[in-house]
Design a protein around this ligand. Structure first.
Ligand code: NAD
Length: 474
């Protein structure tokens, strides 16, 4: 682990084994951080704020982030390889994540010295103004599915605002988080500004979320863990940003440009083997074009290839045996419920037997209230749901406990606005989905998908707090 600018073992000397999801083989042993290590990391972060890091100007912080961004880009191929081995992510997708990390750092480097307070019209004889200040020590608990992107959007924004970070990567995938610490050291980020403590959620994660020395927490992960983190943080009244799960829809109206929609309809469901918080796991299609869309998607599904991450196919494995079992259970439920499986992708013949592979699967005519249309599967499974008209589309789209992202496909301009306004979620994409990652676009959920916003300029407000000053000068 990386604490106070030094590489160290865990205090307990215990380790965790990482597994390569492509073949089930042991990949690496990493330090298993516990409460004493988290405590040391929080102290190191506090020391950085009171020391060299805290004395830097915003422009100097920006320059350091830019230096980190350049190094990430230079090392993008190596980072992609680490992610392929650790997460099972096809190389191209890992490389795209590394490029996104570099872009986040570049964006927040440029923004660091452009976050202003305001002067406020107030009573005569006063000058009143607001100051934007860092929270102090920020805790970042991240999942395994997009480590680099999530580190970029959360740690990048927090550092830009002058916070000192304690990052707890997921126990399943830590290698790029540790590589990121090495890159920060190479770029001369002052010691303690970034600390990385890998470890189990219930040990290192629980300690970080209940630690009295943490001033702000950013959690990305499941709903159940997010609730635990928020409850733990509440004991010290620590503000929390929660980026949780989703069951996001893409809504295809009969007047849509289907040719343009098709790649998005499928890719947004199967990218990263469906293990994406904003995966478009529901595809709602207006009845007049339902059969056409289903047939086009089915054709694409049949061409999808699944195999080892280093083979760089359409899909790699899912993260763990446990996750493979979860997805298989949902597929069995589809069969047991009599739901037609329209099409599946193909597992390549030389895929290692012990890898955690799941064939991407398209399921037909799923009732909106069925578990497959309500629950986050976190695997490459998409459900097709027919609808008639805007009102029903909105009712189905909004009818889950989640509200993260939605896509709308229609050529009707007025309908685009009505849908954008009517959808209960954090982001709406019209005639696209995801806007290519959209680093500049604020992101976050409503309902069980969480609260608070990361990405874009908005994140800089989340990773800072406002102080009001009123000076009476007569
Ligand atoms: P998870 O909640 O199991 O783990 C996430 C992180 O929390 C890991 O670092 C884990 O070690 C830690 N953790 C586990 N128990 C903890 C505890 N008791 N206290 C503190 N920390 C603890 O989630 P996961 O299965 O790794 O990730 C998948 C979930 O993440 C999905 O629901 C997905 O939708 C969500 N996700 C959301 C976003 C988003 O931006 N909204 C992005 C990616 C993933």
């Amino acid at each position: 682990m990386y604490i106070g600018g030094l590489w160290c073992e865990s205090t307990s000397r215990e380790t965790l084994e990482l597994v390569n999801p492509s073949d089930g083989s042991p990949l690496a042993d990493i330090a298993r951080g516990g409460p004493a290590d988290v405590d040391a990391a929080v102290s190191a972060a506090r020391g950085a704020i009171e020391g060299d890091w805290g004395r830097l100007t915003a422009a100097e912080r920006g320059r350091l982030l830019l230096a980190m961004s350049r190094r990430v880009l230079e090392q993008a191929d190596e980072l992609a390889r680490l992610e392929a081995l650790d997460v099972g992510k096809p190389l191209r997708q890992g490389r795209a994540d590394a490029v996104a990390l570099a872009r986040y750092l570049e964006f927040y480097a440029g923004a660091a010295d452009k976050v202003h307070g305001q002067t406020l019209p107030f009573a005569n004889g006063y000058t009143a103004l607001t100051l934007r200040e860092p929270h102090g020590v920020t805790g970042h608990i991240v999942p395994w599915n997009y480590p680099m992107q999530i580190i970029g959007r959360s740690v990048g924004a927090a550092l830009a605002m002058g916070n000192a970070c304690v990052l707890k990567p997921a126990e399943e995938a830590c290698l790029t988080a540790l590589a990121f610490a090495r890159i920060a050291a190479e770029a001369q980020l002052p010691a303690g500004a970034l600390n990385v403590v890998p470890g189990l959620g219930e040990e290192a994660g629980a300690e970080l979320s209940s630690h009295a020395g943490v001033d702000h927490l950013s959690f990305t992960g499941s709903v159940a863990t997010g609730a635990l983190v928020q409850a733990a943080a509440a004991r010290h009244a620590v503000p929390v940003t929660l980026e949780l799960g989703g069951k996001s829809p893409q809504i295809v109206f009969a007047d849509a440009d289907l040719e343009a929609a098709l790649p998005y309809l499928v890719n947004a469901g199967i990218q990263n083997a469906g293990q994406t918080c904003s995966a478009a796991s529901r595809v709602l299609v207006e009845r007049p074009v339902y059969d056409t869309v289903r047939n086009l998607m089915a054709e694409r599904y049949r061409s999808l290839k699944v195999g080892p991450a280093l083979a760089d196919l359409d899909l790699g494995p899912v993260i763990a045996r446990r996750q493979q079992t979860v997805v298989e259970r949902y597929l069995q439920l589809a069969v047991d419920s009599g739901l037609p499986i329209v099409a599946q992708g193909e597992l390549v013949a030389d895929a290692p037997e012990d890898g955690f592979y799941v064939r991407p699967t398209l399921v037909d005519h799923v009732p909106p209230e069925h578990a497959l249309a309500q629950e986050e599967i976190f695997g490459p499974v998409q459900v097709l749901i027919p609808f008639d008209g805007e009102a029903e589309a909105l009712r189905i789209a909004n009818g889950t406990p989640y509200g993260l992202v939605a896509g709308v496909w229609t050529r009707d301009g007025a309908r685009q606005w009505r849908m954008a306004r009517g959808l209960k979620c954090g982001q709406v994409f019209v005639n696209n989905y995801g806007a290519g990652g959209g680093i500049e676009l604020p992101f976050g959920g409503v309902k069980l998908s969480g609260h608070g916003r990361e990405k874009g300029f908005e994140a800089l407000y989340g990773f800072s707090r406002l102080k009001t000053v009123a000076i009476h000068h007569g």
